[in-house]
Design a protein around this ligand. Structure first.
Ligand SMILES: Cc1ncc(COP(=O)(O)O)c(C=O)c1O
Ligand SMILES: N[C@@H](CCOP(=O)(O)O)C(=O)O
Length: 419
């Protein structure tokens, strides 16, 4: 295992931590899979599904050989993350207009979001190097996940959160796990710039998705979907796009599965961005050579309030590998899709619902056929943002098409029968 620059391909050892190349670009973890026997490994992965107590019971560490083969098992910091549900519901399929839609509920992770798949690997890597002070900047999910794993590792976490447009619940969750929370004027993008400049001087191990070990962990999401579906993936995988760690990990994971012969066809990837924070979609749509940051990202899906996604080059690589596409959706489309996901009994936060809204749009535009198979990744839990729920259901306006409100009634049998 080594690190390699995504741009100039300069190589670095994994024994000391770095996430940026001397040329300023991000790094990839490169594996040597030459000695892997895929059929044997498949059997091991299947056997581990029955495990409940070893680190391999985790839906991430089940695939250790493809994620971090050299890490000593006693350095693994895990909360049995992954192992999340893959569902098909009539309500969601009818809403989208596609009969074959799966949703993968990463919202069922221990801290309530997909971040846990990557964070367990980043924190374990830091822990194996003897680090005890971890950091991130965050709109709230990354910080909750980091705070949880840092505490599990008996270590400290320092998190930097924007002082507006983020969910209070997520900040409270972060605080509760024991993190030191610093708020600042600005966005996630300003936080990343600060950490890139000063984290070394502060002696802090960075756990944002610029950390290549985070991406290795997040590959497990597509491994797990493939394993649950007997190594036959749907035609499309739909992911939300913020900092672009999901799409980056997806491309890397698909490449692993295909190269090793676990799957014989690579699905196409669609990245969905919120209209008010869609620099990646604009770059792709307009055939621009480089991403033009949006200094004022603004969407109701606060987890997507990112104007300068650090992983855009990795994201673009995934689109190239998978004949992928991008699309943007309005806040209204996101909230309506979210109401459907919630009322289907699965539930998610707004950023996650962008995938359902995006797939609906792509089916309506005939970009995706109504009988092609697809999986939407639901990245975060319904309860991550209760302010939005209050606004949508209790202060609902005409735009909230699928709002469901509280009914106040005197408790008589006649009144309840009328409902
Ligand atoms: C719930 C949720 N969904 C989606 C995203 C966006 O994913 P990515 O940053 O990997 O593009 C984030 C944060 O980044 C998130 O917290
Ligand atoms: N939504 C994210 C922002 C992106 O964070 P990163 O982990 O990809 O750096 C959050 O929850 O903070």
């Amino acid at each position: 295992m080594k690190l390699s620059c995504i741009d100039c391909h300069k190589e670095y050892s994994i024994d000391s931590f770095r996430y940026l190349c001397d040329c300023g670009n991000l790094l990839d973890v490169i594996h040597d899979f030459k000695s892997i026997d895929s059929e044997y490994l498949k059997q091991i992965f299947n056997k581990r599904l029955a495990d409940r107590v070893s680190p391999f019971a985790s839906g991430v560490w089940r695939y250790k050989e493809l994620i971090s083969p050299e890490l000593e098992t006693n350095h693994i910091v895990t909360k049995y993350e992954g192992n999340t549900g893959l569902y098909k519901t009539e309500k969601i399929s009818n809403y989208i207009g596609n009969r074959c839609t799966w949703v993968k509920a990463q919202s069922e992770n221990p801290s309530g979001s997909f971040k846990d798949n990557g964070m367990t690997v980043a924190v374990s890597h830091g822990y194996s190097l003897g680090k005890t002070k971890f950091t991130c900047t965050s709109t709230g999910n990354t910080s909750s996940s980091l705070a949880m794993y840092a505490s599990l590792a008996n270590s400290e976490s320092y998190v930097f959160v924007p002082n507006k447009n983020i969910s209070v619940n997520k900040v409270l969750q972060t605080l509760s796990y024991g993190a030191k929370v610093i708020t600042f004027e600005g966005t996630y993008d300003n936080g990343i710039q600060f950490l890139e400049k000063y984290s070394d001087d502060l002696g802090l191990y960075v756990c944002n998705s610029i950390n290549p070990f985070r991406i290795e962990g997040q590959k497990s999401i597509i491994y797990e979907i493939a394993q649950y579906l007997q190594w036959k993936l749907p035609d499309w995988v739909i992911v939300p796009g913020g900092a672009l760690s999901n799409v980056s990990a997806l491309g890397k994971g698909l490449n692993d599965l295909y190269t090793l012969g676990f799957i014989d066809k690579i699905p196409r990837v669609a990245v969905v961005q919120a209209e008010g924070a869609s620099p990646f979609h604009k770059m792709v749509e307009n055939n621009q050579e480089t991403l033009i940051p949006n200094p004022n990202p603004d969407t109701v899906a606060s987890a997507l309030n990112i104007g300068d996604p650090p992983s855009w080059k990795k994201g673009l690589r995934t689109l190239e590998q998978t004949n992928g596409i991008t699309v943007s959706v309005t806040d209204e489309e996101i909230l309506n899709a979210k109401a459907i996901v919630d009322q289907s009994g699965i539930g998610c936060e707004p950023a996650s619902a962008s995938t359902v809204a995006g797939l609906k749009k792509l089916v309506a535009q005939n970009v995706i056929d109504s009988d092609e198979t697809a999986v939407c990744i639901l990245t975060g839990n319904l309860l991550k943002d209760t302010e939005i729920l209050k606004k949508y259901h209790l202060e609902s306006n005409e735009e909230a098409h699928f709002a469901n409100s509280i009914i106040s009634a005197e408790l008589t049998i006649e009144n309840i029968k009328k409902l």
